[in-house]
Structure formats: structure tokens, C-alpha cells
Design a protein around this ligand. Sequence first.
Ligand code: PGA
Length: 255
Amino acid sequence: MTRKNMMAGNWKMNKTVAEAVVLTQDISNQYDPRWEDVDVVLCPPFVDLKPAKTVLDFDKVKISVGAQDVHWEPEGAYTGEISVPMLKEIGCDFCIIGHSERRTLFGETDEMVNKKAKALIAGGIAPIVCVGESLAVRDAGETEEYVCAQVRAAFAGIDAVEAKDAVVAYEPIWAIGTGRTATPEQAQEVCAAVRATLADLFGDETAQGMRVLYGGSMKPENVDGLICQPDIDGGLIGGAALKASSFKQLVEACL
Ligand code: PGA
């Protein structure tokens, strides 16, 4: 089965609305019809989602927007939170959940990631489920066990039909924002283990159709070695997604 590659930019807490409009317009200006062979996704901060979507819709380019987090309840007394229906209404197709920064800095647990995944799937938004090990876990030789347990926990109680559009992003914590990338072999090894876990959960056919991304200091200089690995279907990009020129190179490396 051929999977469509995905390049998703995780802007993290960068870009005011005015700056986000400029960056989205810069990316849109680089758009080439060949990009239709890649799922290109921009994940700006919440306040930038609608303005970014407006620019993309106006330009009629096939680039999606995604959120960086969500709450699992549809509405209610959850000060500061954003729900699935809110994201859906403004045209979000994807939502990152379980990013290591949310897990380590904001106490997001596997159980919360699972609730968010279920709410997103029920609301018609594809989750991008982030998993990844710390340096301590890698040094202890427990990477695959740890990462695959995160995958199982995120998808607990979700069946194959529900899971098929979900995306998993393998992001070793020691490679995020550090300039230190996993080697293509290290990344492939874990992404293959993630896919084997998905096959165990949902059957081989569904697992072969699901995208597994790599994230962690992916940039134009190292993308080629990563993207040609059989179980790596694209990237979740932090720093290099904040410049239209480098993001374009990453998208075009997928073609
Ligand atoms: P980075 O971030 O590309 O800046 O390492 C990736 C991520 O955290 O999603």
C-alpha cells in the first residue's frame, strides 16, 4: 500500500496573528501543484488558526491547518481550554496530541492523550499522536518498549475503522530542538516498531495505511536520509517550519 507522505509544521508558541498571516502567505506563495501529493499541514497557535485558514482558503491551496492540543469535552467549565467542535468549525483537519512538551511541562498523561484521541476521532479530526523516549530511556535500552506502550495507551479502546486516519509522530525527546537528529536507522527502527504495534492493534492492512512521522530537528540537510526509510511517512517539524524556504524544501523532499 502506498501512503501519502505528510509534512506538518508545529509552530509551537511562535507567531502573533500578524506574523502568522505573513508566514502562511509566504508558504502559500511557494505552493506548487505537485504539493498535492503530500499532506501539508500548518499547526500554528490557537489564535492563529482561523487567520491562517483564511489565507489558505483565499489562495485555494491544498494546505491544511491543525491545532497543537485540544480538550476532550465538547464544552463546559474548563477555563482556558479549546474543544473539538471549536476546531472543527474553523476547518481544522488535524490536531497534535501528546507532544513531549505537553507531557513534560504540562502534565499530559497517556490517559489524557487517549481521551483526546477518542474525542478527535468522534469529531472528525485526525489526531497526530506524538510518542518518544527520553535520553535516559534510550540509554537504558528500553526505547521500543517505552514508545510502543505509549502507542497502545493512546489507542486504547479505539478500533481499526476509527484509527485508520490517525497519524503517529515518533519524536525522540533528546532530538527535539537540540539540533541532534536520530540517525535514519535509529528512526526507522522505532517507526517500524510503532507500525508493528499498530498492526497488532488494528491488523496489518490498517497499519500499512497509517502514517508514521519522524520529528526532532528534521531539516533540509537531513530530511533525505529519513524520508527514504520504509516506515517513515513524513515529518513533524518545529524550528524548520518557521521559515517558508526551509519548510518548502522539506515538503518537496517528500515528492
Ligand atoms: P524541532 O521540533 O523540529 O524543532 O526539533 C519538532 C517538534 O517538537 O515537533
